[in-house]
Design a protein around this ligand. Structure first.
Ligand code: G6P
Length: 369
């Protein structure tokens, strides 16, 4: 087992560190910078149906559901296709409205999650085209779908999903770009810029991993916190949800992810000197608003750990700790901003003596309903 961990203390840490490679593998052969092309071979046969979809419905569970939420922003922004994101376990027990021209995209690392599989069967019986985004080749979900794209992240052993999530978001970005290109809902300049930025993501992830020692230091300060709040806006709201999920899964600290502006409708009541709030405060369209959300937390003496864009001097003047990440297109920030949150949870869990790779009560894939 030590050999399989490749020198790392845990599979989770190994898988976090594999992300420059796994994101690269996920894009390999799918982006052509020279010809300005994105091609996903596994969905080619059904491309027209996907491009012309009236509506796209993502079904997934857990971390994969968070990837779907990121996908919603990507598809709406780049492809202008209306999107709904559904918990498979809710979707399957409703009488969901599925019309002709709807496409259901199932996202699953393992490809074995029982609720996601059942949601697929239901949507299929109502005549929808089903597209899969799976990591495990030949899995039940990959076989139950009409077509799909594998994430190519390699085996993920740690129960808390890390590299599979960033690979799912990478595939969703590629799909949104492909559809947007076909529909002509992206300008040529934006398309080119996104392709270049996407191509550079593995290097940027690599550079974020260099902040590990700093993140470990932050983890040491907050390891005994009973609660934590994670805030983000726009496409970074799902990143906040995923950060909170990672912390509760492996460290057993109660954590909530919230859209930053919603904080004043509830979670703000929790803030005191003890409460750490992790904020994704990168320089994007909602930056100014997020800065005022940070000020609201600080005014109540809360502690703020902010994920900021490299060179930001405003947030570093207000927050208690900052972790810098390199600049990239707003739509690609989740691929980078997720990394420090994974590391933060990992170190806190290790310091608390938790079984990081096999947290209590959780399973890598939930094959029961
Ligand atoms: C379990 C795992 C999670 C995962 C979820 C969905 O809860 O512990 O890490 O996100 O299932 O799994 P899937 O394989 O369908 O992505």
């Amino acid at each position: 087992e030590a050999l399989e961990k490749g020198g790392y203390d845990h599979f989770m840490l190994k898988e976090i560190y594999e992300q420059p490679r796994s994101i690269h593998d996920c894009m390999r052969g799918r982006i052509n910078l020279e010809d300005q092309l994105v091609s996903l071979g596994g969905i080619l046969e059904y491309k027209d149906q996907i491009v012309n979809a009236n509506r796209i419905i993502f079904v997934a569970c857990g971390t994969s559901w968070h990837a779907g939420l990121v996908g919603e922003y990507l598809f709406e922004e780049l492809a202008r296709t209306p999107v709904e994101v559904e918990y498979a376990s809710e979707f399957r027990y409703r009488n969901p409205v599925i019309n002709e021209g709807d496409v259901v995209i199932a996202i699953s690392q393992s490809g074995e999650t029982a609720d996601t599989l059942a949601a697929i069967e239901l949507a299929k019986s109502k005549g929808a085209l089903i597209v899969g985004i799976c990591n495990v080749v030949g899995s039940s979900i990959s076989r139950a779908t009409h077509c799909g794209s594998y994430t190519h992240a390699g085996p993920e052993i740690g129960v808390a999903s890390t590299k599979a999530f960033t690979a799912q978001v990478t595939v969703l970005t590629l799909m949104a770009l492909m559809i947007g290109r076909e529909k002509d809902t992206i300008s040529n300049e934006r398309f080119t810029r996104l392709l270049i930025d996407l191509h550079n993501i593995p290097d940027k992830v690599e550079s974020v991993l260099k902040s590990d020692a700093k993140i470990q230091h932050i983890a040491d300060i907050y390891k005994d916190a009973p609660n934590a709040l994670y805030l983000g806006r726009g496409i970074n709201f799902p990143v906040a949800l995923e950060g909170a999920l990672k912390l509760k899964e492996i460290s057993y600290i109660h954590a909530e992810g919230y859209p930053a502006a919603e904080m004043k409708h509830g979670p703000i009541a929790l803030i005191d000197e003890e409460m750490p709030t992790v904020v994704i405060a990168t320089k994007d369209a909602s930056y100014e608003k997020v800065v005022s959300n940070i000020q609201e937390v600080k005014a109540r003496k809360g502690k703020v750990i902010a994920i900021v864009t490299k060179g930001d001097s405003v947030v570093s003047g207000i927050a208690d700790h900052v972790v810098e990440i390199p600049k990239t297109d707003d739509l690609l920030v989740p691929l980078i901003a997720t990394i420090p949150l994974q590391l933060l949870s990992y170190h806190i869990a290790v310091m608390r003596g938790c079984n990081v790779d096999q947290p209590r009560n959780l399973a890598k894939s939930v094959t029961v309903e």
